[in-house]
Write a protein that binds this ligand. Structure first.
Ligand code: SF4
Length: 338
């Protein structure tokens, strides 16, 4: 039933017309936290620049980050790069679920996806779409974000897997969740599974799937200082253990609240004759558990003060080549407002 539905509704995507594990791997990593519409162009550009795993392994981290710029969740790019080096050393892409699962940045879902799509291995994928379809169709109220819930859904998905066509079956189930059994207002009236759907027959569709926790969203207040002098600016490279690790941004101040101008001047600790101009205010950037609100000041400082600031450990960059330094999307939005 599901495979028949898939034949008619299958989304045509470039990474589906291939069995090349490298291409499938890249697409799966991009799609881990990015929507298909947004990830599509990145996928094509990434493959154009890094057509195989050996080219990717030989590239510098800065180059990889530059290609990833704007996609967010940059640890994905760093892990991809590290894993590419491991694969290049092996001389070929790993071919078993366990070896694929051992690659950096590859979790249960991604390993099952690559194993089944590229190698036809009987490994069931469980992503958000699969949780939703199974919870509704079988009327399962066990919360999906608990250890028990994860086990129950993983076992059920594995039991249901069509071992003759594991790749197509996995894609079909995920597409079904993405197109038919969608989170809000699923299309139950013309659903081919409606006859056997527990949630539909018990009118509990909108209660499933169940989650045990609500995520608390925190707001953080950023102030960027775009410090400039004679065509040069200062950038800071984000360090380890950070979602933006390896990316460049102007010097940053962080506050618990929206900072007033005099607070910014006080915390910036720049020479008194620096000239400030507010270029952006309250620019919103949403992350999974956080909302960032960013202000940006352009600060022109005199030449002698600039050389003192360089000693604070910033990278000095010619303003006209700023775009060569990969930056978080929030920062590129601020750049466009300067
Ligand atoms: S009947 Fe509705 S809830 Fe049940 S599987 Fe179909 S779309 Fe999903």
């Amino acid at each position: 039933m599901l495979l028949k539905w898939y034949e008619e509704h299958k989304r045509s995507l470039p990474w589906r017309d291939t069995k090349d594990p490298y291409r499938i791997w890249i697409s799966e990593i991009i799609l881990q936290q990015t929507r298909v519409v947004q990830g599509y162009d990145y996928y094509l550009r990434f493959l154009e620049r890094f057509p195989d795993v050996f080219v990717l392994a030989a590239a510098s981290e800065d180059e990889v980050m530059q290609q990833w710029q704007g996609l967010g969740y940059y640890s994905r790019a760093r892990n991809l790069h590290a894993a590419a080096k491991v694969i290049a050393n092996m001389g070929h892409f790993p071919t078993t679920y366990e070896e694929i699962r051992a690659l950096k940045g590859v979790g249960d879902y991604t390993a099952a996806a690559i194993s089944s799509f590229a190698f036809g291995l009987p490994t069931a994928v469980v992503d958000g779409n699969v949780y939703r379809v199974l919870a509704r169709h079988f009327g399962i109220f066990t919360p999906i974000d608990t250890t028990t819930g994860k086990r129950v859904f993983r076992e059920l998905a594995q039991q249901l897997l069509d071992e003759q066509h594991p790749g197509d079956y996995n894609q079909a189930l995920m597409d079904f969740g993405a197109l038919q059994c969608i989170p809000q207002s699923p299309q139950c009236t013309d659903c081919p599974l409606a006859n056997t759907c527990v949630a539909f027959s018990t009118t509990s569709v909108d209660q499933l799937p169940v989650k045990s926790k609500k995520t608390e969203v925190k707001t953080r207040y950023f102030v960027y200082l775009y410090i400039r002098c004679e065509g040069k600016i200062l950038l800071h490279r984000r360090g380890a253990g950070d979602i933006w690790q390896g990316l460049y941004e102007p010097p940053l101040l962080e506050f618990e609240h929206k900072a007033e101008f005099d607070e910014v001047v006080h915390s910036a600790d720049l020479p008194l004759d620096s000239r400030y101009r507010l270029v952006a205010e309250g620019v919103k950037h949403i992350l999974t558990h956080r909302v960032l609100l960013a202000d940006c000041y352009e600060v022109n400082v005199p030449a002698e003060a600039f050389s003192i600031l360089i000693e604070r450990g910033y990278t000095v960059v010619e303003e006209k080549v700023r775009s060569e330094f990969a930056a978080p999307r929030l920062v590129t939005r601020l750049y466009s407002m300067l």
